[in-house]
Write a protein that binds this ligand. Structure first.
Ligand code: UT7
Length: 321
């Protein structure tokens, strides 16, 4: 079950009006096509590990769990501090989680659901008792600020949950994860790995996130709808059995389409994309923490989460709070 949640965002805010001064765009275009109004962006000194550690610390406090009791830290990110070691290891050191295994997951915007699925399996198999799952990104470091088609979309944040053994009533009811590696070029950062080394990548401007927006949009709508429908059907549930749908916050139009696909009324859908933009792996745990804080999620509620991202990857989960 979820013992505690937390979130962290950088201090600096970038509004649509700010972006109007940077690229040829308008506040109206961004709002109409995405629903985004502002996003938080990191300063030069901010690191993904520090943001993730802050969110993790808050989640541990909420769970009233000392960091030494963690058996694992699973950190979902595509913007880790360095290629290796894992950002999770930096977070482990910052939290003093001396008994935890720590590793990263790369599943882009679906990373948190992948991490949740794995954490749930570790606990169910008896291999772990307490697992910290974090989704955290500084996407603005891989944003091409000259590309209006992508730079208006993303923001930086971290969200975290502490997972412990269920009590038979509360906990992760089910998870579903999928991927399709045939579509990698549609959403990726092409340079900076072993395929295109850094020096070449920098020279050819390949160290930035690239996205075929329209294509990704079509796949996201289908896959998020499929994932939400699949997990409901598999568990003999309908929208009426769900108190809150938390979809990945990439685009208001995708959120609306996902809700419609599973006949979920919009008042049961959590939306904060207007305030943060697309924060990739952070978006769902960030929204979950907010929803618990502002009362949209209550003890006893059943929550459906669903995401889609680069890879492509997609997935869903149902959690009983
Ligand atoms: O996190 C998971 C993965 N990501 C997503 O799920 C994002 C998926 N994609 C999307 O959300 C949408 O495709 C976007 C928001 C990225 C773009 O919306 P769209 O309705 O698909 O627009 P488009 O790419 O088809 O572009 C429409 C027009 C184009 O102009 P022309 O060719 O019609 O003259 C673009 O050049 O809008 C233009 N455009 C812009 N105009 C003003 C593109 N970006 C901007 C901009 N400001 N920032």
């Amino acid at each position: 079950m979820i013992l505690g949640t937390g979130r962290a965002v950088p201090k600096r805010v970038l509004t649509n009006a700010d972006l109007e001064k940077m690229v040829e765009t308008t506040d109206q275009w961004i709002r109409e096509r995405t629903g985004i109004e502002r996003r938080f962006i990191a300063d030069d000194k901010d690191t993904t590990s520090a943001l993730c550690a802050e969110a993790g610390r808050v989640a541990l406090q909420a769970a009233q769990l000392p960091a030494e009791k963690l058996d694992a830290i699973i950190l979902a990110t595509v913007t880790g501090d360095v290629t290796f070691p894992s950002t999770a290891c930096y977070v482990q050191e910052m939290l003093g989680a001396t008994n935890a295994a720590a590793f990263d997951i790369s599943a882009a915007c679906t990373g948190f659901i992948y991490g949740l699925s794995l954490a749930d399996s570790l606990i169910a198999s008896g291999k772990a008792q307490h697992v910290l799952v974090i989704g955290g990104e500084i996407l603005t470091r891989i944003t091409d600020w000259t590309d209006r088609a992508t730079c208006v979309l993303f923001g930086d944040a971290a969200g975290a949950i502490v997972l412990g053994p269920g009590d038979g009533q509360r906990g992760v009811i089910d998870t579903f994860i999928k991927s399709d590696g045939r579509l990698t070029p549609l959403l990726c950062m092409p340079g900076g790995g072993t395929k295109v080394p850094y020096d070449v990548a920098v020279a050819e401007r390949l160290m930035f996130l690239k996205m075929e927006g329209r294509e990704v949009f079509k796949h996201a709508v289908t896959a998020m709808g499929d994932a939400a429908e699949h997990i409901l059907t598999k568990n003999n549930l309908t929208a009426a059995d769900i108190n809150l749908l938390i979809p990945h916050q990439a685009n208001m139009r995708i959120i609306n389409a996902t809700a419609k696909r599973v006949s979920m009324p919009l008042e049961k859908v959590y939306v904060n994309v207007q305030n943060y933009g697309n924060t990739s792996a952070a978006s769902i745990p960030l929204a979950m923490d907010e929803a618990l804080e502002n009362g949209r999620l209550q003890p006893g509620d059943r929550c459906l989460i669903v995401a889609f991202g680069g890879g492509f990857t997609w997935g869903s989960a149902i959690i009983q709070f």
